[in-house]
Design a protein around this ligand. Structure first.
Ligand code: AGP
Length: 605
């Protein structure tokens, strides 16, 4: 859940490290630090807070210029509260180390080292790794890290330097991501690609249990047996500007407005316009018949999966279950080779979703990943992967990742429908035409932002909110509530409209904002009944409706979305809810892109 960076070259290491950390801040932001090495000197500066706090501390301590090797870390606390001593890099003799992940056997290792006389300055599992490297260090850092890897249980991406080897940068990983960037006469290490983009697009994603040695002479990658491996060089094609704010006040707002483009890119990538057919790279996972589909995910990706289930059942006619990844792995799921397990994850690094994937593979199920981050662990370990083409999503609140996941799941449902014979070629062609018209409608929906900002001005002080929806828009009610609570810290609950009478209606009182997602679809009349129930108890109804809908005259406020076929409504109805959450959070003065207690990719369990 932390972000790590490393640099070796001729440039100012401190500048590269700080820039990289700023770009990784989404991974965690409760403390940060850098370690800088030059012959005879190891300088470590740490600070509680965000990267800007680290920069201030660095300035107070005379800056960090004149170093060409270094490590940086931005932390999201797992073991040990946010404090300077718990912040990384951890120092052990000549060694400095940064770590992302969780060391499961750290207590045993700590006791072993303590018995040997090692002392600990922090409560972290990471410091144990640093001390262990010190223990095995006999002047060859790469070798010492190899020995340490054999002792660690759990997950880690580490970057390590030694004062004794001022031109050597070492990295290693298991179950946490680490990518090497190759520049002109310089090397980078990072948890994620955005940290590298200002410097290089040529990257190598380290595989599990691989270790990399970077020196001015070149790069060496070895596997867990110490045997040399090639390390596949990949070229990153997305641009730096895609990862920057581009004039918007927050990344989240920029990403909300990028959705028409992101959805269009995702659809175009998987549709053959000439044939009017779906062209998903799902290869063999759909071959030979599917008995059952399981969609597994967390958070917003789980909401996308809930919508995907309804499409998949309708188009493919196969039974579909949707599972929260942490629950899936907690039980003993019954799977067989006829089960297709679809892992939905923006980051491709969510620990529970990754664990679910491994369970599914272990039980012989076919696995398909729907991921946004190229080269991420889930993408690499699944049998097949379909990438969403959202581009980097920096805001912690998922927005464009969600709608692009919807696009892929819709296409997957159509592709499966063709295989099961429930959807004809003409049927697919009609659906694709509608789908291709969606980005334009999404633009239109987003153009109503001003009205939504006005409504947010009215509602931003409300303490509680209720979101109601049915069928395809029940997951959208859940998503609207999640967006609002995670970035504005307002209490919000999402419910299926039909469940209102079974409890939540007791919450309705004068002025309670109740957001009712009610496009004209097969459950519209039932949503109208929900509106009446809320109104008769003096709740303040905000309805998400089509233009000129009769409900507009019966509710307190309404948010209009353009007319669209009923099965595509989630693509549009979610947009005003994202914007409403954004404007409420912004009005409340919240840190929209980096809400408290959250991190963009949840790589801890
Ligand atoms: C939603 O806004 C959150 N960022 C969160 O629920 C997220 O969707 C969840 O952590 C899953 O992440 P993933 O898609 O990267 O696996």
């Amino acid at each position: 859940m932390c972000g790590i960076v490393g640099y070796l070259g001729e440039g100012e290491a401190v500048d590269v490290l700080l820039e990289g950390l700023r770009r990784l801040e989404y991974r965690g932001y409760d403390s940060a630090g850098v370690a800088l090495v030059r012959p005879g000197e190891l300088r470590v500066v740490k600070s509680v807070g965000k990267i800007r706090d680290l920069e201030r501390t660095l300035r107070r301590r005379g800056g960090g210029n004149g170093f060409h090797l270094g490590l940086g870390h931005t932390r999201w606390a797992t073991h040990g509260r946010p404090s300077e001593s718990n912040a990384h890099p951890h120092v052990a003799g000549p060694i400095a180390l940064v770590h992302n992940g969780i060391i499961e056997n750290y207590w045993e290792l700590r006791e072993e080292l303590a018995a040997l006389g090692y002392e600990f300055a922090s409560d972290t599992d990471s410091e144990v790794v640093a001390k262990l490297v010190q223990r095995y260090y006999r002047g060859d850092l790469f070798e010492a890290v190899g020995e340490v890897m054999g002792r660690l249980e759990g997950s880690y991406a580490i970057a390590v330097v030694s004062r004794e080897e001022p031109f050597v940068l070492v990295g290693a990983r298991k179950d946490s991501p680490l990518v090497v960037g190759l520049g002109e006469g310089e090397y980078f290490l990072a948890s994620d690609v955005p940290a590298l983009l200002p410097y290089t697009r040529r990257v190598v994603f380290l595989e599990n249990r691989e270790r990399v040695l970077l020196t001015p002479q070149g790069m060496t990658v070895v596997d867990e047996k110490g045997e040399r491996v090639k390390g596949e060089l990949q070229e990153i094609t997305w641009s730096v500007s895609l990862a920057e704010r581009g004039g918007y006040k927050h990344f989240m707002l920029k990403e909300i407005f990028e959705q028409p483009r992101a959805v269009a890119d995702t659809i175009r990538g998987y549709v053959s316009l000439a044939k009017g057919a779906v062209d998903l790279p799902v290869g063999e996972v759909l071959e030979g018949g599917i008995g059952r589909v399981m969609l597994v995910a967390c958070g917003t990706s789980w909401h996308a999966a809930l919508v995907g289930k309804l499409w998949m059942e309708a188009y493919a006619g196969v039974p579909v279950d949707v599972e929260i990844a942490s629950e899936f792995r907690a039980r003993d799921p019954v799977l067989d080779p006829k089960t297709l397990v679809v892992l939905v994850s923006q980051s491709g690094e969510t620990a529970d979703t990754l664990a679910a994937l491994r369970i599914a593979r272990g039980k012989g199920a076919r696995t398909l990943a729907v991921c946004n981050v190229v080269g991420s662990s889930i993408a690499r370990e699944a049998d097949e992967v379909v990438y969403t083409h959202a581009g980097p999503e920096i805001g912690v609140a998922s927005t464009k990742a969600f709608t692009t996941q919807l696009a892929v799941l819709y296409l997957l449902a159509l592709a499966a429908g063709v295989r099961t014979g429930r959807v004809s070629e003409e049927g697919v062609s009609v659906c694709l035409k509608r789908l291709l018209a969606l980005p334009g409608r999404m633009e239109e929906a987003l153009s109503r932002d001003e009205g939504i900002a006005t409504l947010a001005r009215e509602l931003y002080q409300a303490k509680d909110f209720l979101f109601l929806g049915r069928w395809l828009n029940y997951p959208i009610a859940l998503e609207g509530a999640l967006k609002l609570k995670e970035i504005s810290y307002s209490h919000a609950e999402g419910y299926p409209g039909g469940e209102m009478k079974h409890g939540p209606i007791a919450l309705v009182e004068e002025g309670l904002p109740v957001v009712v997602v009610a496009p004209r679809d097969r459950v519209y009349e039932k949503m109208v009944a929900n509106v009446e129930e809320v109104k008769s108890r003096d709740g303040l109804v905000v309805a998400v409706v089509f233009p000129s809908d009769p409900l507009q005259g019966r509710v307190d406020r309404y948010l209009e979305v353009p007319l669209v076929e009923e099965d595509l409504t989630p693509f549009l109805t979610v947009l005003p809810l994202q914007l409403l959450a954004y404007h409420i959070a912004d009005r409340r003065g919240c840190d929209v892109d980096q809400p408290r207690n959250l991190a963009k990719s949840v790589t801890v369990e």
